[in-house]
Design a protein around this ligand. Structure first.
Ligand SMILES: [Zn+2]
Ligand SMILES: [Zn+2]
Length: 447
């Protein structure tokens, strides 16, 4: 998905489930009264816990079990079981099959939580529920319901800080340096609060995939104590611009040397996310970067060891296609039987990301617009790692095409490889965040 909607997603539709309209109202009210100078402990000491509803992908059937020794799951109001399998029955009710094979129809929505509240004690003793296998453990509770297409919908209702701890290790890697983990925690929290209600029509706030943020529960957090430490030490902290919490704090794997402006890429300007040089020069670009076609090639062909993300996965990349392979990949756009004569990047952002591609073929010209759409059309966003690329063609017809590029991801906001390098060089998380969100600061939001 393109990130366009990232900046339009704090809207709450009138059809939101009451429960989370309420929670969102509480949060928004908190944001309005938030004091920029408030310290992080205010949020914690206020005693109010913000809960996030996270949509967990499931394929029509799910097994939930108690991940805490000696405790049973409380399933709905009446059932207590060690574990149970759930699916939607033909009658539209949720069928629950217990360990003894007995099946019971339950009326959705069903809340599943631990039968007895378990005291949090250093994370390990916290109330845990496993999902499909004993190692995939989650904090909080689960809600099972039937979605609009009659399928099973699974929502993890989890405290904000536990949600953040379930995002950080999957988004930047649990083994990242401590200050990079802390920077990621602040960014993940900012994105979570800014994104509440994004999936309101589906009955949850945020999905658990790259569309929102990758969230896989408490497994990695429990295996890597530094993750929890990074989350706790920044508890309640988010990016602020001026006196208000930021609605978005985008991030990406590797910028390749220059970060991207969301205004140029997606059409929505964000004052604290313009192009910056990913090295020790303090905001060397400002808003003034402009890359000609020649500049883009020069950037890609001249790696700079001073760049924080230099040498990382995706800093520079290339992908090669034969004529036949490229024609096959582009078939949804150009149809069958056409010969690709050339690929022309017809428009770029000032930072150099392709936003309009013209494919010249033996059957005529075809156009693809948008950075993400272009990467997808050319073979997928994993292989065409960014929109910053140039095209080399070899042989007659031509026989071979090569895309050579810089960076991995959309390039907007924090460069995660850059953040890791800055942390290794001794910068703290605030310095990292101020680098990639120029003009923004870090403050505590109060629920
Ligand atoms: Zn999402
Ligand atoms: Zn970078």
């Amino acid at each position: 998905m393109n990130g366009i909607h990232i900046f339009h997603r704090n809207r709450l539709g009138a059809s939101c489930p009451k429960q989370y309209v309420l929670s969102a109202v509480i949060i928004l009210a908190g944001i309005i009264v938030a004091s920029h100078s408030a310290c992080a402990t205010d949020a914690a000491s206020s005693g109010k816990t913000v809960f996030v509803r996270v949509g967990i992908p499931c394929n029509g059937q799910v097994t939930l079990g108690s991940g805490t020794a000696g405790e049973l799951l409380q399933i709905g109001e009446d059932l207590k079981l060690d574990h149970a399998q759930f699916c939607v029955g033909e009658d539209g009710e949720i069928a629950c099959v217990g360990p003894d094979g007995a099946c019971k129809d339950l009326h959705a929505p069903i809340l599943v939580h631990l039968a007895k509240e378990v005291e949090e004690a250093g994370g390990q003793e916290a109330a845990l529920i496993w999902l499909d296998n004993a190692k995939a453990v989650y904090k909080g509770s689960f809600e099972l319901s039937v979605d609009s297409k009659g399928g099973l919908s699974l929502v993890n209702i989890v405290a904000l800080e536990d949600y953040v701890a379930g995002v950080v290790p999957y988004e930047i890697g649990a083994s990242s340096p401590y200050e990079a983990l802390r920077a990621q925690a602040v960014v993940a929290r900012t994105e979570a609060l800014g994104g509440l209600g994004r999936h309101s029509s589906q009955g949850f706030d945020l999905c658990a995939t790259t569309h929102c943020q990758v969230y896989k529960g408490a497994g990695a957090e429990l295996a890597n104590p530094m993750v929890r430490q990074a989350v706790d030490s920044t508890s309640g902290e988010v990016i602020f611009y001026g006196d208000v919490p930021a609605k978005a704090a985008n991030y990406h794997a590797c910028c390749g040397g220059f970060t991207e402006s969301p205004g140029d890429l997606w059409g929505t300007d964000v004052p604290y996310m313009h192009t910056v040089r990913c090295n020790g020069e303090i905001d060397a670009c400002g808003d003034g970067v402009y890359m000609s076609e020649e500049d883009v090639r020069n950037w890609i062909e001249t790696p700079d060891p001073k760049d924080y993300c230099y040498g990382s996965n995706g800093y520079r990349w290339s992908v090669v296609y034969s004529q036949e392979a490229l024609a096959e990949i582009l078939q949804p756009v150009i149809g069958r039987g056409a010969c690709v004569e050339s690929l022309e990047v017809a428009a770029r952002t000032p930072r150099g990301a392709a936003v309009r591609l013209v494919i010249h073929t033996s059957s005529g010209d075809f156009e693809v617009s948008g950075e993400y759409a272009i990467r997808s059309a050319l073979g997928g966003t994993q292989s065409v790692k960014s929109g910053v690329f140039v095209v080399n063609a070899y042989g007659d017809a031509p026989a071979k095409f090569e895309l050579v590029g810089a960076g991995y991801g959309h390039g907007v906001g924090m460069c995660q490889y850059g953040a890791r390098a800055m942390a290794k060089q001794g910068y703290d998380y605030k310095a990292i965040l101020e680098k990639y969100y120029p003009g923004a600061t870090v403050g505590a939001f109060r629920p």
